[in-house]
Design a protein around this ligand. Structure first.
Ligand SMILES: Cc1cc2nc3c(=O)[nH]c(=O)nc-3n(C[C@H](O)[C@H](O)[C@H](O)COP(=O)(O)OP(=O)(O)OC[C@H]3O[C@@H](n4cnc5c(N)ncnc54)[C@H](O)[C@@H]3O)c2cc1C
Length: 386
């Protein structure tokens, strides 16, 4: 039945539309509005949930598909930060979602699964990150992911779908079993709606299923050649656990794939920065365009004191404090090591640093004496509240 327009009362709170509809609200930035509200939780697989957030002020989100946010939580009285890729599409800017896989004994992933409910407020920093197809336009892409590494590629695929782009995309996702494939039905729907979007799932084993039309085993070069015979012409984006990424790099090396068409993101940057299997990987960008610590060069050093743990180390004027701390065996929480994620944020009790961050800290926090250790070089002796 058609609704009689005369009966519609826009002041009736039961029918009032959300504030943002039909308007162009301001953009959300974590500098202006630090908290977001969880508005929906969706179980994706037995150990993966998506959490949806909106701005309490109705602001919209602007990000590139593949970028991440950092959640700033307090668990058991301890501040703890973790990065999560935005899995939603930038073309649906009124909410963002993250998709989190439980990590056995992991502090934050399990806390989110067990505690984060619609209505809860959460401090969020970002978005940041450079792993995005938006910065590498191409006509043909190959997305390779494993496990929760699907999230940045899902955001890229959702954006492709929402913007009705007619790019040629082959998306090959690896999972333990068919029941572990995150977003399986949605990916199939996207593939069904676009002539040039193809998906392929590779499962290690069958798990509880007895029938599975897809491939079982691991991604190999012969298998990749079968799925995407023209893969050498494609711009490749890869995300997954470290062993998977190493296997992909090895098989692409074997095929002689061009380094400049290859892009990867690890969910544990430490592994990448340790230099494991870097053959194809893009070198992590330096925050300030200089070389990091110049091994062997004669440089002055400053004393860095960690007040709470009562440790003292020396840090070269040309060295990032995080690197000096690691070399001296002092463990500091860190993630991206590029000034983006904010995980290594500390309070400087005294001293000055030269910091070249990429959005991982708010101006307000810098004014309050906070600094990111991964991209800060000492300008004096330092005392750190750690
Ligand atoms: C850019 C980026 C994007 C990411 N995007 C996503 C995403 O979209 N989805 C997603 O699920 N994850 C993502 N991650 C990973 C995420 O940030 C977390 O690392 C992940 O959720 C695990 O965090 P946790 O606190 O649960 O585990 P942690 O508590 O950090 O533990 C991780 C592992 O280390 C072990 N461990 C912890 N402490 C110790 C110790 N003292 N000694 C020995 N072992 C220890 C734990 O047992 C566990 O196996 C991303 C990471 C990055 C850097």
């Amino acid at each position: 039945m058609m609704r009689d327009a005369a009966q519609f009362d826009p002041t009736d709170s039961r029918v009032t539309r959300p504030a943002f509809w039909g308007t162009l609200p301001e953009r959300w930035t974590s500098d202006v509005e630090e908290t977001l509200v969880c508005c929906h939780v969706r179980q994706e697989t037995h150990d993966v949930k998506s959490f949806f957030f909106r701005s309490p002020q109705g602001r919209t989100f602007s990000f590139e598909p593949g970028q991440f946010v950092t959640l700033e939580l307090e668990i058991d009285g301890e501040p703890v930060n973790r990065c999560y890729t935005i899995s939603s599409s930038p073309a649906r800017p009124h909410t963002i979602s993250i998709t989190v896989k439980r990590v056995p004994d992991g502090k934050v992933s399990n806390w989110l699964h067990d505690n984060l409910q619609p209505g809860a407020s959460i401090r969020v920093l970002g978005p940041g990150g450079e792993f995005t197809c938006a910065r590498h336009p191409a006509n043909k892409y190959l997305f390779l992911s494993a496990g929760s590494g699907i999230t940045p590629l899902m955001s890229m695929s959702r954006a492709h779908h929402d913007l009705a782009e007619d790019r040629d995309i082959v998306f090959v996702h690896s999972a333990r079993t068919p029941d572990d494939i995150i977003f399986a039905r949605e990916l199939e729907l996207i593939a069904a709606s676009h002539t040039h979007f193809r998906t392929s799932f590779v499962c290690e084993r069958l798990g509880a299923r007895t029938a599975w039309p897809g491939v079982t085993g691991f991604l190999t070069l012969p298998l990749l050649k079968l799925i995407a015979p023209d893969f050498m012409e494609r711009e490749i984006f890869v995300c997954g656990p470290a062993p998977y990424m190493k296997a992909v790099r090895d098989l692409l090396d074997e095929a002689g794939f061009q380094r400049k068409q290859y892009h990867e993101e690890s969910f544990s940057f430490e592994t990448l920065n340790a230099g494991e299997g870097e053959a194809l990987a893009e070198a992590p960008a330096q925050a300030d365009g200089e070389a990091g610590s110049e091994a062997g060069a004669e440089t002055a050093t400053f004393k860095v004191t960690f007040a709470k743990s009562n440790r003292e180390i020396q840090c070269g004027t040309n060295q990032h404090v995080l690197d000096a701390a690691r070399q001296a065996g002092v463990r500091l929480p860190s993630s991206c090591a590029q000034g983006m994620c904010g995980t290594c944020k500390v309070k400087l009790v005294s001293g000055q640093v030269q910091m070249n961050h990429k959005g991982g800290i708010r101006q307000r926090e810098i004014d309050q004496g906070m600094a990111l250790m991964c991209c800060s070089k000492p300008l004096s002796d330092l005392v750190i509240d750690k």
